[in-house]
Unconditional design. Structure first.
Length: 135
């Protein structure tokens, strides 16, 4: 899977585990993706909005199609959100650096969902030779 091709084709991104704390990567990356003209939503059990990004309580509450779910929760918590990911059926699930669970990856791939791991979406975006506004 070519990361740049993926980032060119996706339009909607859900950030699972978004944070409203400036020092946390999840909020900063959500804000960054929004600045690159992606439609971004967050998923967090308590927050309602982060940096003007609407936040859903859980994946099941998202009422529209999502192309990519960017995951910022620990690999040990992935089994808890697996049913929501399978129901939402995004084209891609992107596990941020350091997040992994082989059993969940296997289930997602078996369901036809592409899984990216061991990569940071913002870093990979920076390596691409395009400007999202012109894609």
């Amino acid at each position: 899977m070519d990361y740049c091709d993926i980032l060119k084709q996706v339009k909607t991104i859900a950030v699972l585990g978004i944070s409203d704390r400036e020092e946390r990567d999840s909020g900063r990356i959500a804000k960054f993706l929004q600045s690159k003209n992606y439609q971004v939503v967050g998923v967090h059990p308590i927050l309602k909005e982060v940096f003007s990004i609407p936040v859903y309580k859980n994946l099941d509450d998202i009422d529209h199609a999502i192309d990519l779910v960017d995951v910022f929760i620990g690999g040990d918590r992935l089994p808890q959100v697996l049913p929501g990911l399978l129901k939402l059926k995004p084209k891609y699930v992107w596990l941020q650096l350091g997040i992994f669970n082989q059993a969940v990856v296997d289930e997602l791939q078996h369901a036809g969902i592409n899984v990216i791991y061991d990569a940071c979406i913002a870093i990979e975006y920076g390596r691409c030779q395009f400007n999202k506004a012109s894609v």
